[in-house]
Ligand binder design. Structure first.
Ligand code: ADP
Ligand code: ADP
Length: 225
């Protein structure tokens, strides 16, 4: 089954072709990585699927539904960014609970769900702290938890580990893979780090100059030396 389908989707900013028409299908439960240099159109493709921007041409389908007129919050997806975007005046618990409160869930269900994801990321012991008292890696796990807590069918991640040092980045790569395996969520991941893409992905989509250059399983791709 297909979670996301792009048919002839392009994006132009004035005279700049950020993305030439692309066709791309992402299967349910698949971990797909967009890999390419800065300016190759990765974020543009991600933001089109998220509904943050509208395509110049083409059609986007999410879980079988035409997404053209669908606002971001109706697309059933979660997003994780490089700058964790946690709210500094709220505790870890409150940060994770926030998207559930917005959805008007009951207090008891909120508590149950937040505790479950805190266990999943092994950070229950920091529930009452504020984000700035935590390490970068912990903050990134919490922003991941905040995204997972409302059971999105699809998670979009734009260079989520870009701000972390090498050790922490490798630890977090494994953590994200583990969560993907356990939860079966469809993941679309953006990075310019080839090793990261090779480690994490079911399939890599190699982008350059606003085009998909090649795609395939990590072992199928050919990289220029
Ligand atoms: P990335 O990490 O994806 O390379 P950038 O630093 O290129 O991000 O872009 C950051 C933000 O600035 C994005 O929201 C992007 O849409 C916007 N942006 C990038 N290039 C331009 C540009 N030439 N003109 C206006 N906005 C831009
Ligand atoms: P990547 O994520 O691979 O770094 P982007 O999708 O951010 O690439 O950018 C692709 C191209 O589109 C770049 O040339 C960038 O400068 C341009 N671009 C991105 N966002 C904007 C924007 N808001 N306005 C103008 N140009 C943009």
């Amino acid at each position: 089954a297909t979670m996301v389908e792009l048919a002839g989707v392009s994006k132009r900013y004035g005279p700049v072709d950020a993305l030439f028409p692309v066709d791309l299908a992402i299967g349910k439960g698949e971990f797909v990585t967009l890999l390419g240099p800065s300016g190759s159109g990765k974020s543009t493709l991600l933001n089109l699927i998220a509904g943050m921007i509208s395509p110049t041409t083409g059609k986007i389908t999410i879980d079988g539904k035409d997404a053209t007129a669908m606002p971001t919050n109706a697309r059933g997806l979660g997003m994780v960014f490089q700058n964790y975007a946690l709210m500094p005046h709220m505790t870890v618990f409150e940060n994770i609970a926030f998207p559930l409160q917005v959805r008007r869930m009951s207090r008891s269900e909120i508590r149950e769900r937040v505790e479950k994801v805190l266990d999943l990321i092994q950070l229950r012991h920091v529930a009452d702290r504020r984000p700035k008292a935590l390490s970068g890696g912990q903050q990134q796990r919490i922003s991941l938890a905040r995204c997972i807590v409302y059971n999105p069918a699809l998670i979009l991640m734009d260079e989520p580990l870009g701000a972390l040092d090498k050790n922490l980045r490798e630890q977090m790569q494994l953590e994200i893979k583990r969560l993907h395996a356990e939860l079966g969520i469809t993941m679309l991941y953006v990075t310019h780090d080839q090793d990261e893409a090779l480690t994490m992905s079911d399939r890599i989509v190699l982008m350059n100059g606003g085009r998909i250059e090649q795609q395939g399983r990590p072992e199928q791709l050919y990289f220029e030396p």
